[in-house]
Design a protein around this ligand. Structure first.
Ligand code: G3I
Ligand code: 9MR
Ligand code: ZN
Length: 592
């Protein structure tokens, strides 16, 4: 047990994977090595017991670290020379049923000085380094956004001198219709982002991911506008976040059939081996539902929603593209009117991700709301007003939104629009429910020993996306009614992702001193690079245990602990564009 469970975390810093077994062997061999080994293992375990956001804390905000080994006082010390800059008492222990840990808070909000620090806890040891600074998440934002560039399909990718060797040759240049699509012959549809650790491209997940990035732009554009991402389009006059999102949008537009419907996905029939993108030679198939009308309503409505957002967002930069996106969105919408609920299941012989959904009504709500927000046309408004009320209760259980449930996007976009023809009653209901639920989340987050909004039920496949989703929810509430408690609680969930968690692990590759190392990600797992591709968010703990690695963990593990930093754990350690996009949104909210 100890081995399968703990070795991965202990060995997660580059080089440590080798170091630990060597130290253990040394322990048996010579007393000197034993002493050294014990000390180093102790130092490591202290760092695991003292959980900090390994990126850092804004100078003017709350600053809390968490300690899961009994102690009474703590100090904040400068990393450069160990000088003490702050002293405090640890709060009394709180027991956290979700992780099984006893946690004590170290509140150093009183430290108002920028720098690189660590936490020293007498009797325990020291933490990883972290930064206190004004715009402390700027680099993490850059890394998270650039990760999308790394996921680009149909082109060669190279992260450049900053990350030498992180490159892949042009991939997936050929495509064809699968019999389930109702068509046959070649259909290249080159482009888009690889969804995750696999090389599939899926419309539904593309919809929420691209939509989330475009929303980040709409809400935080002022801050994002001038951040260069060092991508091939940089300097073309369009902000880079929009350049990157367009890469995927262009592929999404190509997934539309002549009748306006969109095929559900483009993947091989089964997942490829763990090879580099350019070495995956399985035919890339445009896959449909297997029977007329072949396209799915969820995919088509998501295309309509995202196309409608794109029409507003790209207007100032490329009016022709904006018009094309709007035309696509309108035709997609019209298709869903004729085919209001064609759901998708994998057709026989296809075993890649399903992104199946029991109902596409929420996707249609989102599409109508975005189309109305863009065009102001009464037909879209009428559809929204006829249907929104049944989705209001979804706002009562945050984060509510995920790839299968996009009703919150529909409701929020309606309430966030500043259109004069907005229905006042609808807007008030949406705002009020969001604010009430957000206030409850703030309270819960304050009480939670790990200061997360997560509840036991939230540790599902992609739980890190759930944590980020709480952050989004709170930041949207903050748009309705600015309130620091919303922003602070959103940041608490970010802290969790960046190291303030039971594993003292940053779930962003190459961000933080102790970040996860073995994503289920084919380009990282093909052995060509020294470590994982940078900037990627892990799926996170998953009590559903839908892979063999998780299934083999001790039966009585609490939900927040059901995680393994192992390549084979696709149910807890895969990277994916939807939770990546949620992370970007959260980080964008933090930019100064
Ligand atoms: O929400 C329910 C919850 O109510 C229930 O209690 C719990 C019990 O297990 O399950 C929860 O649902 C899970 C759902 O993820 C949560 O979002 C399902 O069991 C679980 O099967 C489902 O997993 C999905 C997974 O594909 C398998 O289909 C993930 O959402 C989805 O993100 C993931 O997506 C994959 C693609 O298929 C392929 N590409 C990679 C991508 C990421 O792993
Ligand atoms: O690599 C696949 C990953 O992208 C999916 O999310 C996951 C669940 O659908 O499946 C992974 O592929 C595994 C397959 O399901 C079972 N055999 C091992 C594959 C991973 O190497
Ligand atoms: Zn590709």
């Amino acid at each position: 047990m100890a081995n399968s469970l703990f070795l991965p975390y202990m060995s997660s810093r580059s080089g440590r994977g080798l170091l630990l077994p060597i130290l253990l062997a040394g322990l048996l061999l010579c007393p000197a090595a034993r002493e050294q080994g014990t000390e180093s293992a102790g130092a490591e375990s202290a760092r695991l017991a003292i959980k900090v956001d390994q990126v850092g804390y804004p100078v003017n905000g709350p600053k809390v670290a968490l300690v899961s080994s009994p102690a009474t006082i703590f100090e904040i010390r400068r990393s450069s020379d160990g000088g003490v800059v702050f002293r405090g008492n640890l709060a009394p222990p709180q027991s956290d049923p979700d992780s099984g840990d006893q946690v004590q808070a170290a509140d150093f909000s009183g430290l108002r000085r920028a720098g690189i620090f660590y936490l020293a806890v007498p009797g325990v040891g020291r933490s990883w380094d972290f930064t206190v600074g004004k715009n402390v998440f700027a680099h993490a934002y850059y890394m998270a956004m650039r990760a999308f560039y790394g996921q680009r399909c149909g082109t060669a990718v190279d992260l450049g001198p900053e990350f030498p060797g992180y490159a892949h040759a042009i991939c997936h240049q050929q495509g064809e219709f699968h019999p389930s699509s109702g068509a046959n012959g070649p259909r290249d549809n080159i482009g888009g982002w690889h969804d995750a650790g696999d090389y599939g491209r899926y419309m539904v997940n593309s919809g929420i991911s691209t939509g989330t990035l475009l929303w980040a732009w709409e809400i935080y554009g002022r801050k994002l506008k001038n951040i260069p991402l060092k991508i091939p389009e940089s300097g073309n006059g369009t902000p880079d976040i929009l350049n990157e999102a367009r890469w995927n949008l262009e592929w999404m537009l190509k997934m539309q059939d002549d009748d306006g419907g969109a095929w559900h996905k483009q993947t091989s029939e089964h997942f490829s081996a763990f090879v580099a993108p350019e070495d995956d030679k399985l035919p890339s198939e445009v896959i449909g539902t297997g029977a007329a009308p072949y396209k799915s309503t969820c995919a088509t409505a998501d295309l309509a929603a995202v196309g409608a957002i794109a029409a507003r967002v790209y207007q100032p930069y490329d009016a022709k593209f904006a018009a094309r996106a709007l035309e696509t969105a309108r035709r997609a919408w019209a298709w869903t009117e004729k085919n209001p609920d064609v759901t998708f299941r994998n057709p026989p012989g296809v075993t890649t991700g399903e992104y199946g959904d029991a109902s596409c009504k929420d996707e249609r709500l989102w599409a109508a709301a975005e189309l109305w927000r863009t065009t102001g046309e009464a037909a879209y408004n009428n559809f929204f007003l006829k249907n929104y009320a049944e989705f209001l209760p979804s706002l009562d259980s945050p984060p509510a939104e995920n790839w299968a449930s996009v009703a919150p996007m529909g409701l929020w976009t309606y309430a966030l629009s500043s259109r004069k023809d907005a229905d006042a009653k609808a807007v008030a209901a949406i705002r009020e429910r969001t604010l009430n639920a957000a206030r409850a989340v703030v309270e819960r987050t304050r009480r939670n020993p790990y200061r997360v909004s997560m509840q036991a039920k939230d540790y599902v496949w992609g739980s890190n996306g759930v944590a980020a989703g709480y952050g989004i929810y709170l930041l949207i509430a903050n748009e309705f009614e600015p309130d620091n408690s919303f922003v602070d609680a959103a940041r608490d969930n970010l802290h969790y992702l960046l190291g303030r968690n039971t594993f003292s692990l940053s779930w962003m590759t190459q961000v933080g001193e102790h970040s996860f190392q073995h994503p289920h990600h084919r380009p990282s797992g093909d052995g060509k690079q020294p470590g994982p591709w940078p900037g990627l968010l892990s799926g996170g703990p998953n009590a559903g245990r839908q892979d063999a690695v998780l299934a083999a963990l001790p039966k009585d593990l609490p939900p927040a602990k059901v995680y393994a930093d192992q390549l084979a754990s696709y149910a807890s350690n895969e990277i994916c564009i939807n939770w990546q996009a949620s992370l970007v949104f959260l980080l964008a909210g933090e930019l100064r």
